[in-house]
Design a protein around this ligand. Structure first.
Ligand code: UD1
Length: 456
């Protein structure tokens, strides 16, 4: 498991042009589900076991966070066992500030166990402001007294949290998870409207149901949860990571190769698959595998990211690189995070990709950033000849874009900041090597790299 230590020695990756990437990748359980399951398990009265756990840094970080609270976490291969402690310390230490998005999800569960809790400011990829106002408003609706401090969020409740009616201003994944986790043990009924229904959320709801929660998913983005007195431990096996699955399909396509991805069900990939088909890719799908190639080349596309079942925002970064290798002008409109588009764009631009960014809503319906000055649309010209570069990647998804851009570029590249990749991808170096990418760890020298951080 990649350690969480923020002061771990920095390494970089040296990438050489490698020709078409080919082979098979079996993706593990999803990064965006495992950590939430770990949080849910804290509320059980007995241990929970989760199988198909990915080897990603976020699991290491969450393990350390839970252990610091007095929760037992044991990892054996790809199975994790969470043993809720008798003496929970309801304060997430400040050293876990800014590492990932998990601490904020702990507030509701900790309030159930301890009536008072503190979590440091949440982290995660640098994609937009990423406020936590929906979480805070939801917890207040359950009856918690919440104070936002410079360091984080402190909350307390007199007695038990009470079920409530909540309508999210936007179907936020994290806020939906906060409500599900908090409602499960709250007194009485909670009705959540305008909820996110991403596959990872449904997985969390199913896990909570196994733990004894009474959760109903109603039509029209609505959850109804009847709080119970007690949850018990449960066992589950995570579904495959759809972000990784898409990333590796694109790694094959962008290099003119073919990658076969197993371990992620087709139903989690419907929009990804239809998008690749619209670009001219040929998909071969069975119950075990999804494979993509493009013997006749790729064509441009206009697409906007959206909540599930739309084209997910995390798929946007690899798609950027693919667009540089598709014939014609492609348009990408990011409607979920107002700032996310700039990160992969800067990485790909640093490697010669022809990308123009816009504040307007291009290539789709006007989104909620329509009247803001957020840069959230892009026009990508293909086919661009990418060239090797020494770049520092700014986040997880944009980081993968940098690596696959380097794979198709002429000349050598050095990718700095690869800890971002190891936080979210399962053994990314080994997996890419197995597909034929000439990539190796090398000494880090970020001072001479092109920074791809907007504003840097
Ligand atoms: C999760 C995923 C991330 C994915 C995203 C959208 C994890 C660890 N991360 O992030 O990979 O890209 O869902 O599918 O699961 N918002 C607010 N106030 C809030 C909360 C959210 O304004 O309190 C806004 C955000 O700024 C953003 C939008 O809601 O514009 C969606 O964010 P959200 O769905 O909450 O994303 P995360 O849960 O952070």
């Amino acid at each position: 498991m990649t350690p969480a230590a923020p002061d771990a020695p920095a390494t970089a990756w040296a990438v050489e042009p490698s020709g078409p990437l080919r082979g098979e990748v079996r993706v593990a359980g999803s990064k965006n589900a495992i950590t939430k399951h770990m949080v849910a398990a804290v509320m059980g009265s007995s241990p929970s076991t989760i199988h198909n756990v990915p080897d990603v840094g976020d699991v290491g970080i969450t393990t350390e966070v839970l252990q610091s609270l007095g929760v037992g976490v044991d990892l054996d291969g790809d199975t994790i066992t969470i043993t809720p402690g008798d003496e929970i310390v309801p304060e997430v230490p400040l050293r876990y500030s800014g590492l990932n998005r998990i601490p904020i999800l702990l507030l509701g569960p900790l309030l159930h166990l301890h009536q008072e809790a503190f979590v440091p400011v949440v982290g995660g990829d640098r994609i937009g402001a990423r406020p936590v106002d929906f979480h805070v408003d939801a917890l207040r609706a359950f009856g918690a007294e919440v104070t936002e401090t410079e360091d984080g969020v402190r909350a307390k409740v007199a007695g038990r949290l009470v079920g409530t009616q909540i309508t999210l201003p936007y179907p936020s994944v994290g806020a939906t998870e906060t409500v599900l986790l908090t409602a499960a043990l709250a007194e009485g009924r909670t009705v959540l409207n305008n909820a996110a229904t991403e596959p990872e959320i449904i997985e969390l709801a199913l896990f909570l149901q196994r733990m004894g929660a009474r959760i109903e998913l109603s039509p029209g983005r609505k959850f109804v949860i009847d709080g119970v007195e007690k949850l018990h431990g449960a066992t589950t096996r995570l579904e495959g990571d759809r972000l990784e699955a898409f990333s590796y399909l694109v790694a094959g396509l962008v290099t003119g190769g073919q990658v076969r991805v197993g371990g992620c069900a087709q139903e989690r990939m419907v929009t990804a698959i239809s998008t690749l088909q619209r670009m001219g890719a040929e998909l071969d799908i069975n119950d075990d595998w999804i494979s993509a190639n493009a013997p006749d080349g790729l064509r441009a596309i206009a697409i906007h990211t959206d909540t599930h079942p739309g084209f997910m925002t995390d798929w946007q970064s690899p798609l950027f690189v693919l667009m540089t290798q598709a014939e014609g002008m492609s348009v990408l409109h990011e409607t979920v995070f107002e700032d996310r588009i700039r990160y992969p764009a800067m990485v790909v631009q640093a490697m010669g990709g022809e990308i123009e960014l816009f504040e307007t809503c291009l290539g789709g319906p006007a989104c909620r950033f329509h009247d803001s000055n957020a840069v959230h649309s892009a026009v990508v010209r293909g086919v661009s000849e990418l060239r090797g570069a020494h770049v520092e990647i700014p986040d997880l998804r944009a980081g993968f874009s940098g690596v696959i851009a380097a794979a198709v570029a002429t000349g050598s590249s050095v990718i700095e900041g690869v800890h971002h990749l190891e936080r979210g991808y399962n053994k990314p170096l080994e997996t890419l090597q197995s597909l034929g990418l000439r990539v190796a760890r090398t000494a880090s020298d970020p001072a001479t790299a092109t920074s791809t951080r907007p504003g840097a």
